[in-house]
Write a protein that binds this ligand. Structure first.
Ligand code: HEM
Length: 709
């Protein structure tokens, strides 16, 4: 026996691999297996087996305690003989079939927690190892485990048979399992002590150490993680979270379900304020506009969310979005002035030129195939928005629009796309793990090298200009302003207090540029893609935009003409209301506070999440059905809607700094597109809408026709 106990390690490894393979396979299946009858049967068999085992081993333990005492019970391996020996052997062997309950979990597509398989695998190996050396403490472990398993499998069998038992029964079994582990620890400590005292105890130090390590790790793991991260806080309603995954698996978020739908389901079930666990991240969702207004207008209590700060910091440590207090003010004083509308409107020609370039590419395609269905609209919109941002923000040609004609993916776009995927992945993961992941991920490293190369070229191009030129352009150009703000002596600035610091370090400038690349292009590109989608589905709206354009923009395109397009403003407002590209934003409390409308008490350090997409579709706050795409609502019944139900750019002191730029850019692009083309529905198969949750929300299926007018 002692020769082959290690085979259990092999089995444990195969068991773990089989779980992951099985789960993958099940995800591809259309249906899960019900297996209720088999589950009842299986648990009943294990209950009977455990009960029988308990009947055979517990009397021996009691007899030993009565006749030989406690020390003998843990130090003498005599229980390996006779009938108790057989049941000790069966106990070890039963660790194989016990793993079958994992099979049920996988086949029934139930949630499988780490602790479940960790416990099965570690206990299996430990039991084989202990049996091989027939350790004397086994007498206690075998007896206790048979007893607890009798109750546990009995409970599982009844539950599988849909026989309801009081909730405390489940808690009672959990408690018994914990007690069993605590007694297990005490037995080991006692065995260790008696060995030290010179008793001949048939258990090795190694065995005691392994056993203690397993038991303590399980206990600590359960208690600490569960209490700290995965328990509903206070009296705020919410779905009890699962271990490690919080509400992510239960709600289908992990499988790509749109967060907007999940939040709406929670709102119906739990009301306007509820808890949500994005993995270990605990948040309080606030869906009442009065409460949201309170949050956004009390900046001394509600500061930039820790979620934004911590997770963005992993990617761009020094950028504006991650800063609060004096550092935020230093960055904001340099950056914010450049995003005011007065500075932005100078870029009209750039936006028109880039849009025309895209239109030319579409024309070439249509010349070859007039009925061509365009399936890569999202990519094209992102490319257009990135190209425009390159010129406006950096005076740099990022050449993303060339992708279409050269048929080669733009390197920067690819790198940004990887970068964003990794960013999304890290959101529900604890920051220290995310950092480790980024350190070892070749994909991330590769993306960062490409992006940094671009950013350094952008900086270099700007630095080639004379100081006079940079000085001259500082008031109108974002990149010139950033370069102009570069600290002359970084080392000197680094030792100053934050209040005394002036300008930005090179690292800070690079992080800001990266933030702008991400925040400035993906968002606008998504809105544009949604606009095209809605136009393809609403010929009436499209015709009305065109009529307004024909009326107001006959001679070229000027700022005044753009400003006079009122109906187009409603359309943009409606696109942003119907599907705000950023699903929500967060704030962290710097002091205790009570929400005025829901009367929910919040505490310092709580993280609130404001779901922008839920507010803008809440039927209570709109007179015309909010699930209807209807731009005219802003001119009629819904003209006086609550100010905080449609806030696609967030609110308060940390609202989006790029909103004027985004609105202007979108309006000019849409004007130009509507002056030249009509979008048509490519058919139900390809133009079915739906949502993909990336950093922004983009249309899942978009397939349109384009006709030049
Ligand atoms: C349609 C396009 C856009 C949408 C829907 C959008 C939406 C948002 C939202 C919801 C926030 C969070 C606000 C809050 O917490 O209250 C935000 C923040 C931010 N956005 Fe935008 N955004 C857009 C375009 C842009 C553009 C073009 C830029 C330009 C670079 C930009 C830069 C930023 C920055 C830097 C922040 C962080 C502000 C801070 O932390 O103080 N965004 N955006």
């Amino acid at each position: 026996m002692s020769n082959w106990w290690w085979l259990s390690i092999l089995y444990a490894l195969m068991y773990i691999i089989a779980i992951f393979v099985g789960q993958r396979w099940m995800r591809k299946q259309n249906e899960k297996f019900e297996l209720r009858g088999a589950l009842v049967l299986w648990n009943t068999i294990l209950t009977i087996f455990s009960f029988w085992g308990a009947c055979r081993s517990v009397p021996e333990l009691i007899y030993t305690l009565n006749h030989h005492g406690f020390v003998y019970s843990i130090c003498d391996p005599s229980f390996k003989q006779g009938i108790t020996g057989l049941w000790a052997w069966l106990f070890m062997i039963s660790k194989f079939p016990e793993t079958i309950d994992t099979l049920f979990i996988v086949l029934r597509r139930q949630q499988l927690i780490f602790l479940h398989w960790y416990h099965h695998a570690s206990v299996l190996v430990y039991c084989f190892y202990s049996y091989a050396y027939f350790v004397s403490t086994g007498r206690w472990f075998v007896s206790m485990n048979y007893c607890v398993h009798t109750l546990m499998y009995g409970y599982f069998a009844l539950r599988a048979a849909r026989i309801r038992l009081p909730r405390f029964f489940q808690q009672f079994i959990t408690l018994l399992q914990l007690i069993q582990m605590i007694i297990g620890c005490m037995i080991n400590i006692a065995a260790y002590y008696y060995k030290q005292q010179g008793y001949s105890c048939a258990v090795s130090y190694t065995n005691i150490e392994i056993s203690l390590a397993i038991i303590i790790s399980i206990i600590l793991f359960i208690v600490y993680i569960k209490l700290k991260y995965f328990t509903l806080y206070g009296s705020i309603p919410g779905k009890p979270p699962q271990f490690l995954l919080g509400n992510l698996l239960q709600t289908g978020f992990i499988y790509g379900k749109y967060l907007g739908d999940i939040v709406r389901e929670f709102q119906i079930k739990y009301g306007d304020t509820f808890q949500f666990f994005a993995g270990p991240i605990h948040m309080i969702f606030v869906c009442n506009p009065e409460d949201v207004q309170h949050i956004f207008t009390h900046r001394h209590i509600y500061e930039q969310g820790n979620l934004e700060v911590d997770h963005h910091r992993i990617l761009f440590n020094d950028a504006l979005i991650c800063n609060i207090g004096a550092k935020y003010k230093r960055h904001a004083s340099i950056i914010l002035p450049l995003f005011r509308r007065g500075k932005i409107v100078n870029n009209l020609d750039i936006i028109v030129d880039c849009t025309d370039k895209l239109l030319d590419q579409w024309r070439l395609k249509i010349d070859m195939d007039p009925n061509h269905i365009h399936l890569n609209i999202v990519d094209q919109c992102q490319n257009l928005s990135l190209a425009i941002f390159g010129f406006i923000g950096f005076d740099y040609d990022l050449q993303t629009l060339e992708e279409y004609s050269t048929n080669k993916k733009n390197k920067l776009r690819l790198a940004l796309s990887d970068f964003l995927k990794i960013f999304l992945f890290t959101i529900p993961v604890p920051t220290f793990l995310s950092r480790i992941y980024l350190k070892i991920s070749p994909r991330y490293r590769h993306a960062m090298i490409t992006i940094s190369t671009y950013l350094n070229q952008i900086i270099l191009q700007e630095q080639r200009k004379t100081p006079e030129e940079i000085d001259e352009r500082k008031r109108t150009s974002l990149i010139a302003s950033l370069i102009g703000s570069l600290q002359q002596d970084e080392k000197l600035e680094a030792i100053k207090s934050e209040q005394e610091k002036k300008g930005l370090s090179r690292r800070e400038v690079i992080d800001e540029l990266l933030l702008f690349l991400v925040a400035g292009s993906e968002t606008t590109g998504s809105v544009l893609a949604w606009f095209i989608y809605f136009m393809s589905k609403n010929p009436r709206v499209q015709a009305k935009i065109k009529a307004e354009l024909a009326d107001k923009t006959q001679n070229g395109l000027t700022i005044d003409q753009i400003d006079s397009l009122i109906y187009l403003d409603y359309v943009i407002q409606e696109v942003l209301r119907f599907i705000p590209p950023v699903v929500g934003t967060t704030r962290t409390l710097t002091a205790d506070d009570r929400l005025p409308t829901s009367s929910i008490q919040l505490y310092k350090g709580d993280e609130v999440f404001i779901p922008l997409n839920v507010l803008s579709r809440d039927k209570r706050y709109w007179k015309i059905d909010p699930d209807l795409f209807y731009p005219e609502r802003f001119q009629s019944e819904d003209a006086n809607h609550h100010a905080y139900v449609s806030i696609p750019f967030g609110g308060g002191h940390r609202q989006c700094i790029g909103q004027d730029l985004a609105r202007f850019e979108l309006k000019v692009i849409m004007t130009r597109l509507m002056q030249r083309v009509t979008f048509g529905d490519g058919g139900a198969d390809v133009n079915a809408g739906g949502y993909v949750q990336k950093m922004t929300v983009i249309p899942k299926h978009i397939g349109i026709t384009i006709k030049f007018d």
